[in-house]
Ligand binder design. Structure first.
Ligand code: ZN
Length: 325
């Protein structure tokens, strides 16, 4: 499971693999295993005699770098891949909300000392005294911070508190909260080009490529388990309808936003089946076996490892000796 192929310095959720390391990883992958398209998984699992280790490559969210940076590498190594697209972000000038939060709080710009936001009747306060200025050197020192690590500054603590509060909200409420945070920070609403989703023309080009499958990742990337089932259905069906109309091809694969066991429910999986998907991916870490549920496929998050480290880990996941790369 990949998200972005980019040289990003601040990456709290470890979403980025650098372009050079992604190339090393694809070279190692090509050498070590067979790479299958996701839509061949069902047949592959049914062919019990086929014991060759195989890998499926997926990308979540539909960032522009998937098209500009990842696709040429996939072509070079003839690696098939599925890209799960958030349809409401295609061609839009705004960043994904977690990136917007990073832009507002974790970049080296001045912020007011006192933060106060009323979120649905419950107030979130933070005191940024001592952290209103954020020098380039301090920013660089905290580059490698991950959201699950202890926060090194009050800005990081506020970022994580807000992330937790915004994640289960509806899209409308979340955008209102982001507007209020933007006004507080005095930062303009234009997203950074490097963090945007794919342009619609690029998505259309991507979808026509024989190595590429386009899948659905909802309209706005909500935490589905926080929504009534009818709204879940609108999010999932709306994305599928948009992609099928726009791309003029069936969309058969789905990935649950956030994808953890708490982020979707049995009702969500039932909706995904009823709407006509044939597979759905979670973010639960693990290997697919013949007994895996095709509507809750586990994945392994690939980090910014070099080719050697990637090959070693790949061998570990597949249970064989590491291949030389
Ligand atoms: Zn996602």
């Amino acid at each position: 499971m990949y998200h972005r192929v980019a040289n990003e310095t601040c990456d709290p959720w470890a979403l980025c693999v650098s372009p050079s390391r992604f190339e090393e990883q694809m070279a190692a992958l090509r050498q070590a295993v067979r790479v299958l398209p996701l839509q061949q998984l069902r047949d592959h699992l049914a062919a019990a005699a086929d014991q060759l280790p195989s890998v499926i490559v997926t990308f979540d969210d539909g960032y522009a770098d998937n098209f500009h940076t990842a696709k040429p590498v996939l072509e070079r190594y003839e690696v098939p891949a599925t890209f799960f697209i958030v349809s409401g972000h295609v061609g839009q000038p705004r960043e994904f909300w977690w990136d917007e939060l990073d832009r507002l709080l974790l970049q080296p710009v001045s912020l007011p000392a006192s933060f106060r936001l009323d979120l649905d009747g419950s107030v979130l306060d933070a005191d940024l005294t001592g952290a209103t200025e954020y020098a380039r050197e301090d920013y660089e020192r905290n580059w490698n911070w991950r959201a699950w690590d202890p926060p090194p500054t009050p800005r990081h603590a506020l970022y994580y508190s807000l992330w937790q509060r915004l994640q289960p909200m509806t899209e409308t409420d979340r955008q209102q909260a982001l507007d209020a945070i933007r006004r507080w920070a005095g930062i303009d609403p234009h997203g950074r080009g490097s963090r945007l989703a794919m342009a619609s023309a690029d998505l259309a080009t991507l979808a026509r490529h024989p190595l590429i499958e386009v899948g659905c990742h909802t309209q706005t990337h909500p935490r589905l388990s926080s929504l009534p089932v009818l709204e879940q259905s609108v999010e999932i069906r709306g994305c599928k309808d948009y992609l099928e109309r726009f791309l003029k091809q069936p969309v058969k694969s789905f990935a649950y936003p956030y994808g953890g066991l708490d982020d979707y429910t049995a009702e969500t999986s039932a909706v995904v089946r009823e709407i006509g998907f044939s597979t759905a991916c979670s973010t639960s870490s693990g290997i697919v076996t013949a007994s895996s549920d095709l509507f809750e496929l586990p994945r392994i998050a690939v980090e910014n490892w070099n080719g050697e480290e990637f090959a070693h880990r790949l061998a570990g996941w597949l249970g064989g000796p590491p291949n030389k790369v």
